[in-house]
Design a protein around this ligand. Sequence first.
Ligand SMILES: Cc1cc2nc3c(=O)[nH]c(=O)nc-3n(C[C@H](O)[C@H](O)[C@H](O)COP(=O)(O)O)c2cc1C
Length: 350
Amino acid sequence: MTKPRERARAFCDRYGLRVPILAAPMAGACPPQLAVAVAEAGGMGGNGVVLDQPERIAEWCEQFRAGSAGPVQLNIWIPDPPDAPQQRIDDALQFLTRFGTPGEPGPAGPDHAEQCEAMLAAAPTAISSIMGLFEPDYVRRLKERGIAWFACATTLDDALAAQEAGADAVVAQGMEAGGHRGTFDPETAESTSVGLFALLPRFVDHLSVPVIASGGIADGRGVAAALALGASAVQVGTALLRAPETGIAKDWAAALDGLAPEATVATRAYSGRLGRAVPTPYVTAWNEPDAPRPAPYPHQRRLVGQWRRGESHGLDRVNQWAGQSAAMATEEPAGQIIARMWREAGELLA
Ligand SMILES: Cc1cc2nc3c(=O)[nH]c(=O)nc-3n(C[C@H](O)[C@H](O)[C@H](O)COP(=O)(O)O)c2cc1C
């Protein structure tokens, strides 16, 4: 097994990083200035484009490139099948009436194929997937253009499938992670929840591609531990949420302050896909014994959007995601956070 620093160095050399830390793609919470700050600090900037129209994807990349020539990843969800039992949708809709009355149904979301084309055209360093795998033809086109494919996985079976499909690196996402869990089969996200300390060596022992560790890493100790466990790099999300460049809503940022690991909640209340969040009254209500199971993705997300456009009360204005290391997130500028994490890790790995 190679030494942690050598492994990280090889990854950095291959993708043009000075520091083996990637900003997690966080749909709705990764403005270009955050990616610029991370890339200028030597890491890799990121953007989750699942909610973005193709024009916005191109514009975001222009804004990033105006601020940095550093490496950047664009990330998208692989869509789930849209069919769902009507009863599940009706039950969720009924429960949502506790939170006021709905507004108009929203317009259809962006077209996945068009988003994928926009990502290719933007030619980032890497394009990453979550919730599944790209089609073989898209993988071929990525490789033709020299764009790396990073695939998020939460189980070894999913990780092996990603490697077999041509992923250049696999993101091992532990259950500590803030935001959505990338389990390929949406129904098994709860039953397959594994912490990063168990997941990472399992991936490293069975995969030949580099592994990027993600979930709960928020300071240099986490970075050093992940590299010691076999990761080639780490990907951090929650640690950057309170940075001024991220600019999340004030109530969300305040909720992260001192939030205990055990207080974060795994919930399907926002989208129908499982994700780790702040225990807001809205999120907590859906975890009460009398609550129905939220509708499957994308139906729950569509319903929540409709309620947000209506006369709602007690419904969070935005999804308040939080990983189990939320209390370690600081208000430092993002570049300082990345530099500090790597400096601290360096001391531990020396
Ligand atoms: C606000 C937020 C939004 C996220 N959005 C995405 C996304 O669009 N795509 C994705 O692959 N992962 C997304 N994630 C998950 C992250 O990529 C990553 O797995 C997670 O942040 C790592 O755990 P940590 O938050 O403990 O650092 C999101 C996470 C957060 C906190």
